[in-house]
Write a protein that binds this ligand. Structure first.
Ligand SMILES: *Cc1c(COP(=O)(O)O)cnc(C)c1O
Length: 399
């Protein structure tokens, strides 16, 4: 038995003095130069950097088309629109996600139907999805939780059999691989976010990738008010006439953001390697640690590690998650919780009548989850601090 160190929570010495966040963006000098070049140019929005970023992104993920958006959320909205979801329709999604995944279904006047997750990956369980299908089902919205791809082959097969569109929320999963193929070129549409917490950032921004020309066209129209050609194409062609053919929004990503995205995308390789190294270091350090369960990785998957969520084993600990959470924060480790299952939020309870208990696997996981810091800019020292703090706190509360 190791001697129990005094917790910072109990006025002991914290593992570190400054709070290590759970996620953080990195901006280099080349990013700054790329943005400044655009600021000095004639196009700060709807200009050439948009096409350039979209082409580079499509090539990286292995898709024919990439359509940029002002955020991951507006990209999700675009994908749901392009899939043709409207009032009276249903789309099946995961409760173990950020609320935007389900909100976009509601934006279109459709009904989100949750399906419980698999206990290992916390990704939507295809067998549970199959049970929730009705005549009104139009799409499946799978999430690659923490950067581990969902069960895409099984979900695609299910979608084909029932004529549904498979939309993949890969906001966690840029660079992740499923059966040797990069996420972004597998589902009917795949959605990414460039929020600063994600793998690459444009400040705010998002992207939808697809191999389907029809979807790509609907996405482009939707992000530009429902207008059939954008300002730059009109300027190039010397045309004034345009038609608004559907109800869209202004969901465009600026050239400023796209220049930043292009520059960031150049470092995705080393960025992913760093995240995978951190995940391997955590796994090695905690392999024999009682009281915690590490995220599992299926043979079909090569995760991109947006998050590193561990689960507490309540049988081995004398306190609950919230106490462990507070103790880690006091040690200077900026842990987080991903996620409160979407159906438990007041809006979803009130509007759709959820009470808790409907999705036992997601709800049980939620009560035990803690997200450890994971970002490519973490130093070896940061990683070591996390490891020492987790061992210190978990050993302290070992039952
Ligand atoms: C970040 C995120 C979003 C939303 O992306 P924004 O760019 O913040 O709008 C949607 N879904 C998931 C799973 C996310 O992690």
């Amino acid at each position: 038995m190791r001697e129990k160190a005094e917790l910072a929570l109990d006025h002991g010495k914290p593992v570190r003095r400054t709070m290590l966040p759970y996620a953080r963006h990195s901006i280099g000098e080349s990013d700054v130069r790329a943005v400044v070049r655009v600021l000095r140019s004639n196009w700060i929005t709807t200009g050439p950097k948009v096409d350039e970023f979209e082409r580079a992104f499509a090539k990286y993920v292995g898709a024919k088309y990439a359509v940029s958006f002002s955020s991951g959320t507006s990209a999700l909205h675009g994908a749901v629109f392009a899939a043709g979801l409207c009032i009276g329709d249903e789309a099946i999604t995961s409760p173990m996600t950020f609320c935007a995944t389900a909100n976009c279904i509601v934006y279109q006047g459709a009904t989100p139907v949750f399906a419980d997750v698999s206990p290992d990956t916390l990704n939507i369980d295809a067998a549970n999805v199959a049970k929730r299908l009705t005549q009104r089902s139009k799409a499946i919205l799978a999430v690659d939780y923490a950067g581990h791809p969902a069960d895409l082959e099984v979900l695609l097969e299910l979608a084909r059999r029932h004529e549904l569109v498979l939309i993949e929320d890969a906001c966690h999963a840029l660079g992740a691989e499923y059966k040797g193929k990069r996420v972004g070129g597998i589902s009917d549409m795949t959605v990414f976010s460039f929020h600063p917490a994600k793998h690459i950032t444009t400040g705010e921004g998002g992207m939808v990738t697809t191999d389907n020309a029809g979807f790509a066209e609907r996405l482009r129209i939707f992000r530009n008010h429902g207008i059939d050609r954008d300002a730059r194409r009109r300027a190039v062609e010397g045309q004034w006439y345009y038609e608004m053919i559907d109800l869209g929004y202004n969901y465009r990503l600026t050239d400023i953001g796209c220049a930043l995205g292009l520059s960031q995308l150049r470092r995705i390789g080393p960025n992913l390697s760093r995240r995978r190294k951190i995940a391997a270091d955590y796994a090695a350090a905690f392999r024999h640690q009682r009281g915690i369960v590490l995220p599992s990785v299926r043979r079909s998957a090569r995760p991109s590690w947006h998050l590193y969520p561990i689960r507490l084993d309540s049988a081995e600990l004398s306190v609950r998650r919230d106490e462990v959470f507070r103790a880690l924060r006091a040690e200077g480790i900026g842990v987080n919780v991903h996620y409160i299952p979407v159906h438990l939020h007041p809006y979803y309870r009130e509007r759709f009548g959820y009470r808790g208990g409907e999705y036992p696997i997601a709800e049980d996981a939620y009560r035990h989850l803690i997200t450890l810091p994971m970002f490519h800019g973490m130093t070896d020292r940061d990683v070591d601090d996390v490891i020492r703090a987790v061992i210190k706190v978990v050993d302290h509360y070992a039952a």
